[in-house]
Design a protein around this ligand. Structure first.
Ligand SMILES: *[C@@H]1O[C@H](CO)[C@@H](O)[C@H](O)[C@H]1NC(C)=O
Length: 311
């Protein structure tokens, strides 16, 4: 066993993780993030496009068609220097995705995720590990770049404050305090939302077995954070991107409180100025109307704006 030294983990490249998907997986994902029967460009495979945030599920799905063993999937990093983490006390802190190229409807062979650790920090409550993940095809072309962090509650290396980071997503800008949002999108998750979303590859029992959520203090099943992430992406796409899947270039959130299947969600969206390469930068926050709490904060998106047709 290597010695615990958080510094040593930074820059560590994990083994390549093979991934694959079919058109059916993309349609199933769309329903998992709340697409309705009326969202024809998402659920009808005629005149449609894959929803752009799909790559976030691949870290769980891998190339499996059938269900997988969640505990093996999140078996932790092989990075040197990290202490052993308790998988039951890891929570998803942040997630971002930069879409570099639209993904094909069927992956075909040879796709993989290339993941490296880009940041580690420790404080009194635990250890945060941040990773950068690239989705690449068989020729090495990069389609998406993701940053995600997990907060390992109660984990300890030295017990003293530590933070180091060699790469990361652009920081979120503050929500304008002096004006109402440009768009407000209301939506509701269904009681079956987690049962459907898990079929995209995240089979963590916390999202299907009410007993686990009760034991963990959530009072029952909670929805996958990445399903809520997808609800917010749909909201931003419909409000700013004219509902066009190819309009979304970057999307990021911080997970701040749980959502239960059936909860109603409200996304407040501000267009705050020009973003990179002809996009509009968007700041957003999502509130869970049932708990009354913000469930996604620090929202950032870069969207190619599509003006609504005036006809
Ligand atoms: C430790 O870091 C986490 C994640 O950034 C944060 O949520 C938490 O409030 C911090 N705790 C303390 C005691 O600073």
């Amino acid at each position: 066993m290597s010695q615990i030294n958080l510094e040593k983990a930074i820059g560590h490249q994990e083994a390549d993780f093979p991934v694959a998907w079919l058109k059916r997986d993309l349609l199933l994902y769309a329903v998992g993030i709340g697409a309705k029967a009326t969202d024809q460009t998402l659920v009808n495979d005629k005149d449609w496009a894959p929803f752009p945030t799909y790559p976030v599920v691949l870290q769980f799905k891998g190339e499996d068609q059938d269900i997988n063993d969640f505990r093996k999937r999140v078996g932790g990093s092989t990075a040197p220097g990290l202490p052993k983490f308790d998988p039951n006390r890891g929570v998803h802190g942040t997630q971002s995705i930069e879409i570099l190229k639209p993904i094909p409807e069927v992956s075909g062979p040879g796709w993989k995720l290339k993941k490296r650790i880009v940041g580690v920090s420790e404080n009194k409550s635990g250890i945060v590990v941040e990773a950068e993940t690239l989705l690449v095809d068989a020729h090495g072309t990069v389609y998406a770049k993701l940053y995600g962090s997990s907060f390992n509650l109660g984990a300890k290396a030295t017990g003293t404050k530590f933070a180091k980071r060699i790469a990361g997503p652009p920081p979120a800008k503050d929500i304008p305090k002096d004006r109402a949002p440009d768009h407000v999108v209301r939506d509701r998750t269904s009681p079956e939302q987690a049962a459907v979303y898990r079929l995209s590859g995240d089979y963590n029992a916390l999202h299907i077995d009410p007993k686990i959520g009760q034991a963990t203090g959530f009072g029952g099943v909670i929805l996958h954070g990445l399903s809520t992430f997808g609800f917010a992406a749909r909201a931003v796409l419909s409000a700013v991107g004219g509902g066009r899947p190819d309009s979304l270039r970057y999307f990021a959130v911080r997970f701040s409180s749980p959502v239960k299947p059936g909860d109603a969600l409200e996304t407040s969206i501000w267009e705050i100025g020009p973003g990179p390469i002809g996009t509009v930068e968007v700041a957003f926050v999502m509130k869970n109307l049932d708990s009354g709490k913000v469930c996604l904060s620090h929202g950032v998106a870069f969207v190619k704006k599509v003006e609504k047709s005036k006809l």
